[in-house]
Design a binder for this molecule. Structure first.
Ligand code: ADP
Length: 457
């Protein structure tokens, strides 16, 4: 596996190489253009100077002065007059003009500029004292080119060195936080949910760290919930199972009376029903929790459904002499929802109201219509709840009555909440201990068609 470091280094080298080559190409091209121009100017100036010297000095001293000039100016040149050519300095043989070239140059008065490698040559004809001179000046520019190449190479080396140092520092700044994150992610993967990463600054890394910390917090929370869930499930299963096994052992005793046998068998039946109810509720919650849980929505009459539910719970209310009142507008409301799941919501809320209301109490089911929503209220005159209990009742396995004197498993309201959330409805609770409780489900305007139809009319 290639590390981020090596990838960054390869990237840096490739970028430097590419930009350096492009830069080199354009710089050398422009240098060559400029140096040709400079060479032309220098050579032209020298040839004019040589012509002036010939004009000014007498024939006797001419050779010596021209030789001195060649030495001091590091120029090599030839002077051709009346078919005779004299050379001064180290003239490059390859660049010596041929007779016909000299003739053309003398008659046409043209200038010529040629180069052989790093040697440049300039030739021009001059009229001095009615005689035609062709002066050909040469110069070796290798020293100038060397200086240029040396400065260019040292600039490139300095660039690469400082670039590499800066790059390594920058790479370290980028890679270090990633390596740190990798380390803590490994820790997290091993099950240490307490790990957190700190980072000062406001950039992509800081948001990555913030997301990691959020994830760790959520995982830790989920782990706590998971452990709590397992402990709750085993506890809820353990109690009825202990009762079943205990009373089944007692039943094996042949000396029991018929009445005792009946009583113990009923206890076993009650506890097995409790187990079956518990596993059904857990299955239902698991199904509702699934990521792809979909609602089987249809349009159905709400008042009719509530009437049906009240009839179903009538026996339980009668057994405690509880009166169920149903208050609703005359008009039926057609709502669009998952009919069987909403029936489950009403059953759970109504059965709780009956369960937690003492004998001779009153349970009121009421449907109210406001401008924005439909409210379905379940009000009882029961035991009520403390403020602390209210904040926990929708949690799985939560029961205010820790003694478990009242039958239940603490899953009913979790199922209600999940179904309400899936429908995007709302639910709230008002309660006072020893006075009673009110559970209200809010169905928003766009979810039921009763009002819509009325408005259109
Ligand atoms: P359970 O099977 O215990 O009734 P639920 O999830 O339906 O489970 O309710 C959770 C807890 O909320 C109950 O144990 C009870 O303490 C409280 N609760 C629910 N409904 C009422 C109510 N109408 N009056 C008082 N307490 C209630």
């Amino acid at each position: 596996m290639k590390s981020i470091y090596s990838k960054l280094i390869i990237g840096f080298l490739l970028t430097s190489l590419l930009s350096f080559s492009i830069c080199c190409f354009f710089t050398i091209r422009s240098y060559n253009r400029d140096s040709d121009q400079l060479a032309l100017e220098e050579l032209e100036h020298s040839s004019n100077h040589i012509a002036d010297l010939i004009k000014l000095i007498d024939d006797k001293n001419q050779d010596k002065i021209l030789a001195d000039y060649s030495e001091t100016s590091e120029m090599s040149f030839t002077v051709t007059c009346e078919g005779q050519t004299k050379s001064y300095g180290h003239v490059n043989k390859k660049l010596i003009l041929k007779d016909d070239e000299l003739k053309t140059l003398a008659t046409s008065k043209e200038k010529s500029l040629r180069s052989e490698g790093i040697i440049s040559q300039y030739a021009k004809a001059f009229k001095i004292d009615n005689q035609t001179y062709v002066i050909t000046v040469q110069k070796d520019f290798s020293a100038t080119k060397d200086i240029f190449m040396k400065s260019y190479t040292s600039a490139a080396i300095i660039f690469m060195m400082t670039g590499s140092i800066v790059f390594l520092i920058v790479a370290d700044i980028i890679v270090k936080p990633i390596s740190r994150l990798t380390k803590v992610t490994d820790e997290l993967a091993k099950g240490n949910y307490k790990v957190r990463v700190n980072y000062e600054g406001k950039d992509e890394i800081s948001s990555l760290y913030a997301s990691f910390n959020q994830m760790a917090v959520r995982l830790a929370k989920q782990e706590t919930i998971r452990q709590q869930f397992i402990s709750d499930v085993s506890h809820e299963f353990q109690t009825p199972l202990t009762a079943i096994s205990g009373f089944a052992t007692i039943l094996k005793n042949e000396n029991l009376t018929d009445e005792q046998r009946q009583k113990y068998a009923n206890i076993i039946l009650f506890n097995s029903n409790r187990l079956s109810h518990l596993s059904k509720n857990m299955l239902q919650l698991t199904l509702l929790d699934g990521e792809d849980t979909s609602l089987d929505k249809s349009e159905f009459p709400l008042i009719e459904q509530l009437n049906r539910v009240i009839e179903m719970e009538d026996n339980a209310a009668l057994s405690k002499d509880i009166e169920i009142e149903f208050i609703h507008p005359k008009k039926e409301f057609i709502i669009e929802a998952d009919e069987s799941r909403m029936e489950q919501v009403w059953i759970n809320l109504l059965s709780n109201a009956i369960k937690y209301t003492n004998e001779h109490g009153v349970v009121t089911v009421e449907v109210r219509r406001t401008a924005t929503e439909l409210q379905v209220r379940f009000e009882d005159t029961g035991v009520g709840m403390s403020q602390d209990a209210i904040s926990h009742i929708f949690e799985r396995f939560y029961r205010q009555d820790k003694s478990r004197a009242i039958e239940g498993n603490g899953l009913g309201l979790s199922i209600v909440k999940r179904i309400i959330d899936l429908h995007h409805y709302k639910i709230d609770v008002e309660s006072q201990e020893d006075v009673g409780s009110v559970f209200t489900v809010y169905i928003p305007y766009e979810m039921f068609t009763g009002l819509t139809k009325k408005k259109k009319d």
